[in-house]
Design a protein around this ligand. Structure first.
Ligand code: HEC
Ligand code: HEC
Length: 167
């Protein structure tokens, strides 16, 4: 009977341990689920309400604003947005349509604003004769605009209201 007793006690212990471990997993699982749930509530889903794995037709691309009016920058270092169409402008390692108007030597005939002096500097601040490779792919920083409702709310205020200016 001693053997049986011992078996009983150890079985009991194992059972208890399993219950405790299971409980911990359940509780931490619940906490995790709750925290991810509240995170989802705070951050709006940019994917919309659709099921992640479902197939939905892609909405038509909104038309770009092409009024040719240069847009004020929201802060001095902002890459200005593109106020004209860039449809079918080739931008590859071999061809850069943007530079055919915006590079220094073409601005006289194109009337386009020249790429600024920073676009000629390499990462050591050395001035190059042509656009620096760091600034070759224009659309990494410059984008066209569309007249659509923002996906997420935006409380941006102009830096005039929040920044310091010279006394
Ligand atoms: C056919 C000539 C031409 C081409 C090609 C061209 N642009 Fe322009 N771009 C202009 C002109 C002219 C302006 C001045 C505003 C206007 O008339 O649209 C301008 C304005 C801009 C501005 C606004 C500058 C500012 O200070 O507000 C940006 C940014 C710009 N272009 C980027 C690009 C990029 C990027 C490409 C290539 C994808 C490109 N452009 C191709 C002619 C051109
Ligand atoms: C790494 C980001 C970046 C890339 C790539 C880039 N730009 Fe810019 N661009 C800027 C920023 C930031 C400014 C404004 C501050 C400055 O001049 O550096 C600017 C300014 C400009 C301006 C306004 C110049 C002026 O004096 O008003 C034009 C035009 C322009 N970029 C065209 C281009 C073209 C064309 C290309 C591609 C050959 C290009 N940029 C690539 C970041 C970039």
């Amino acid at each position: 009977m001693r053997g049986q007793d011992r078996f009983g006690v150890s079985a009991m212990k194992t059972l208890l341990a399993a219950i405790i471990a299971g409980g911990t997993v359940l509780v931490s699982g619940a906490i995790y689920a709750q925290s991810t749930q509240s995170a989802v509530q705070i951050v709006p889903r940019v994917t919309g309400a659709a099921q992640p794995m479902s197939e939905i037709p892609a909405p038509a691309l909104p038309r770009a604003i092409t009024d040719d009016k240069r847009v004020m920058r929201n802060y001095p270092e902002q890459p200005p947005v593109i106020p004209h169409s860039i449809d079918n402008y080739q931008l590859t390692t071999k061809t850069n349509r943007c530079l055919e108007c915006h590079n220094r030597e073409y601005t006289e005939s194109s009337g386009a604003p020249m790429i600024s002096v920073t676009h000629f500097m390499d990462r050591d601040g050395q001035m190059l004769a042509d656009v620096t490779p760091r600034r070759y792919f224009c659309t990494a920083c410059h984008v066209t605009q569309t007249d659509v409702r923002p996906l997420v709310p935006n409380t941006f205020t102009d830096m005039k209201a929040s920044g310091r200016s010279a006394p």
